[in-house]
Design a protein around this ligand. Structure first.
Ligand code: SER
Length: 591
């Protein structure tokens, strides 16, 4: 089976069971300031687990593009990827364990769907602890489906609890489904979850009914939700009996092209294989990051820094493979050809992808060799590396910190990573900011102040459009109780009089006491109504549109104040040019 068939079957199965197919959300979390990337299908849906109604209803399904960088150092081995697609079905206060498990079972085993031999499936359930009881209910449902007791494993929280995606929020016990490859167990304790290669997890049903609070305790959510996740790449590999994830249909064509670039005609060596795998993984991630409508470019901060790490990592691995010519755009084209019909934004952002890859490749290819030479010299002379060395490599040759560490590791140079990082950070606050995942986007919380600033941000966007022109479009926002930070398309700093006009217009609209209302529309209707926002044309799903009087109209998930009078006085504090054609404004409100 290929990825496309699996994706289609999955969505069709759930559509037939009254789920609405929604498009993948952005790869950058809108409403979770604690992580850089969307890490699971449930991530963009978290707000709906707590009661906010989803415009598409209570049963939804989709295929979500995800990036997980936690295991980035493992990429290159047979199982790890940073970019993957996650299929999921959700109950937002609708069905719970019984229906979720029986639908999973039917999809996996029915000959009409995946038709997996039931004898090859094992499941795990939560064994219980002081915060939540043992999940006998799920175990009983599995027994009813026909799974014998010796293939139902009760495991602890590390294995069978999912979430929250950030530090607080919806979470719950899960039940995971494993495919048995038929290999002999590696030991007496070999069981689902063991990494020897006998068992592969293919699906996870999470019963989201808990809420992790800031003090670490677990409250109950007002409604029962189900969040499930099936990684397409892994499932395809397992179903096809592939020995590594890199053999699947959405990766193999990239590998083949890399081999041609590297003129590898025979079976690659283990080292070559690793480089090929890393390049294929990273080009997928880089293409999807650049191909998102947020238009994030390589930079030294947050998501842009991770993107830079991916791209520069590819270039270094290409150098190890002796690839002489520029090769990134060609690989990105392959990624696009594999996915453009599913993720339409890739085609929309094609120029952005190509221009950024070309620029970054040109920039780094010229300094890589000189930097490697310098690094070799430092290692020869001193036998070690200091944070200061890494800082020099970073500033003069553009080596991301992690790349320098990686090279040292390959050369068997042991360094005290923590002391090294501290020293590096001492030279510049960059590494900490860039790597700790603190880049923020969206709303930091749903407090009254943040909510007021959120509505003010809608007013700001419309005021900017009125004053500067309709080329102004939101490219990101980050709102905390203290301030809003708004990124938008515009190519130069605003003049003092433009700033004044924008401020005055926002404050005028606040004083007018405009009502904030919301309605649920199809994207087509939303677009026709003049709402601003991101339009996805693949699926006929529904969106919430928030209007502020007749002044502003945007697609948005809320929350907002009821009337602009609640906002207070709006002041622009700062503006900054943050990239080609991109400006950032920081503003606050006072009572
Ligand atoms: N959130 C769960 C996971 O990522 C199920 O979707 O595995």
């Amino acid at each position: 089976m290929d990825s496309k068939t699996l994706r289609e079957k999955y969505l069709q199965f759930f559509k037939e069971r009254n789920h609405v197919i929604i498009p993948s959300a952005s790869i950058f979390p809108e409403n979770d300031p604690t992580v850089l990337f969307t890490t699971a299908g449930m991530h963009p849906l978290q707000v709906y687990f707590t009661g906010e109604p989803h415009p598409s209803g209570k049963r939804i399904t989709n295929s979500q593009k995800c990036i997980r960088t936690r295991d980035i150092d493992e990429v290159g081995d047979p199982t790890h990827l940073t970019f993957f697609e996650m299929l999921g079905n959700w109950s937002l206060g609708d069905y719970f364990k019984e229906e979720a498990i029986s639908m999973s079972w039917e999809f996996l085993t029915s000959p009409d769907w995946l038709g997996i031999d039931p004898d090859r499936l094992s499941v795990t359930v939560f064994e219980g602890d002081k915060d939540a009881p043992r999940d006998e209910e799920s175990a009983a449902i599995w027994r009813k489906m026909g799974i014998p007791d010796d293939r139902i494993y009760f495991l602890p929280r590390e294995d069978n609890w999912w979430g929250p995606a950030g530090s607080t929020g919806p979470c719950g016990p899960d039940t995971e489904m494993f495919f048995d490859t038929g290999k002999n167990p590696c030991s007496k304790t070999c069981r689902p979850g063991c990494h020897c290669g006998k068992y592969f997890e293919i699906w996870n049903d999470v019963f989201m009914s808990y809420n992790k609070l800031a003090d670490g305790s677990f409250g109950k959510l007002a409604q029962h939700n189900v969040d499930t996740g099936m990684g397409i790449e892994r499932t395809i590999a397992v179903l096809n009996g592939a020995t590594t994830i890199h053999e699947i249909d959405t990766i193999q064509p990239i590998n083949d092209r890399i081999k041609r670039f590297a003129k590898i005609m025979t079976e690659p060596t283990e080292e070559q294989r690793k480089s090929i795998n890393i390049i294929a993984d990273h080009i997928r991630s880089a293409t999807f990051i650049l191909g998102d409508d947020k238009n994030v470019s390589p930079s030294n901060l947050g998501q842009g820094y991770v993107l830079r790490r991916f791209i520069r990592g590819i270039i270094r691995q290409g150098n190890l493979l002796n690839i002489k010519q520029r090769f990134l755009p060609t690989l990105a084209e392959i990624v696009m050809s594999l996915y453009s019909d599913i993720y339409l934004e890739l085609e929309r952002n094609k120029n952005f992808i190509m221009n950024n890859l070309t620029q970054e490749e040109n920039k780094f290819s010229t300094t890589l060799k000189r930097g490697l030479k310098r690094l070799g010299k430092i290692l020869d002379e001193t036998g070690t590396l200091t944070g200061q060395d890494a800082f020099l490599l970073f500033t003069s040759f553009g080596f991301p910190l992690e790349m320098t560490l990686e090279i040292a590791k390959e050369k068997n140079i042991t360094i005290d990573t923590q002391a090294f990082q501290e020293e590096f950070a001492h030279h510049k606050d960059l590494s900490r900011k860039a790597t700790s995942g603190t880049f923020k986007s969206g709303l930091s919380d749903h407090t009254e102040k943040t909510t007021r600033l959120h509505t003010a941000t809608h007013l700001l966007q419309q005021a900017l459009r009125d004053v500067l022109g309709n080329h102004v479009e939101q490219k990101g926002s980050n709102i905390t109780p203290e301030r809003t930070r708004f990124d938008f398309t515009h190519s130069e700093k605003l003049s003092p009089s433009e700033i004044e006009k924008v401020e005055q217009l926002v404050n005028k609209k606040i004083k007018e006491g405009l009502a904030v209302t919301s309605e649920i529309l199809t994207p087509k209707e939303a677009k026709a109504s003049g709402a601003l926002g991101f339009f996805e044309d693949k699926y006929q799903t529904k969106v919430s549109v928030y209007s502020v009087g007749n002044f502003s109209k945007e697609i948005c998930t809320g929350p907002h104040v009821k009337n602009t009078k609640e906002i207070g006085t709006f002041t622009i504090q700062k503006q900054k040019n943050i990239g080609t054609g991109l400006m950032r404004i920081r503003a606050k409100i006072e009572p």
